[in-house]
Write a protein that binds this ligand. Sequence first.
Ligand code: HEM
Length: 412
Amino acid sequence: MPVAAERRPAPRERRIRLLGDALGSSAEAHERRLLAAARPALPVLLWLGQRARPLLKVPGLGWITADPVAARRILQDAGRTTLLEEGGVGHLWAQVLGDWVLELFDGPGHLDLRTRSKGLFTDASSERLVAEAWGGLLDRARERLEAGEELDVAELARTLVGRMVVELLGMPETDDEGCRQVFHVGEELAATALGSTADTHLSPAAIARAREIVERLTAGVPEGYRSAPADTVLGRCREMGLSLQQTRGLATLLMVAGTETAASAMGRMAALLIDTGEQHRLLAEPGLREGAVRETLRVASPAPLIGRAISADLELDGRTLRAGERVLVLTWTANNAAGPFRVDRPYSPHHRQLWFGAGRHLCLGAPLARAELGAMLDVLLGDGRPIEVVRRVPGRRVLIPAYASLVVRKAP
Ligand code: HEM
């Protein structure tokens, strides 16, 4: 893929570059540059979040919090918070997918879905899924890197994630380019949510476009649900007693929740390991592999914000969040307060795994995301030799901050 074509940057892009130059070249600066390129207001909001411990009310936005304990209390309070009303992703997706979302994304229908889909992704089944779906692609990437060639980790991540969507949604087999197309279509769908930080109402045109994408991406689900073997995800949905509509809803959720986030994390893991020099600690102590994955998820926090609507008055740290108000949990700020990226950082019971949310919507694909990151780590450092960045380009105007391109090679 051509990287960083030479052209005169647009004024907005120039401003982002100037900001990037001012930030410097540390790992933290690269991360902030990524946030700014994705959504220019994001670094400001996440910085403002440092004052939101435990809570801060921001005009036009509602409540924000970057306190892990307050965040968990909000996300776990099923009786007083919802994602179905204005301010929650359920409100957004109900406009696209239809009223059945109101049944499945929250409340009793969601509880039933989560109860039935418990165990859909375990550590063991996720490792297997990654090996089956990605084995060939990973081997090829590793061989190239170890032979001294350059590797665009961001592009590889998009190919891999597209391949996983093909697998999960029972789509027809396709080549690498086809997998990237699938990723981009998913990305386009997720972009429906761009600009929804302050308002989750969508325009009729955005609704029509998103509906068309969902139809296309989930077209293979009914057939997969009927005939896929029980050891596939669609087959397991059937065996677990999920209805076809629940399975289709879940497939859509997997697509919007598990594509950009996972690709973002893979690229940022490579950059963080190199930029912080922590790759050397990991190479010296391979037993820290799990710590490297956990630290990537904490520091990158690919889902930097989680929105909820308040459905009934909620008392929190001496403040009252009123029914009808909104609250944004700033996961990136909360998680990064624990300190810089260190692969030997011990598990923090305070943060637990806030990067995957908390409570009834805790990421269903967390074991899969961890397995995916572990597999990428083996590609990058599996031969015991360090890597270096050749060049990088941040993704612009994307929902989830991510590298558009991150070219690495084995260090001399
Ligand atoms: C690094 C990668 C990932 C991150 C950081 C991440 C993060 C999150 C977060 C923060 C939530 C909670 C959202 C909320 O409370 O509103 C969530 C939900 C979810 N995630 Fe992930 N996710 C990742 C990967 C995946 C993958 C690979 C899948 C599956 C293919 C997946 C499937 C889901 C689903 C289905 C939900 C919705 C759960 C529900 O509403 O009950 N995620 N994810």
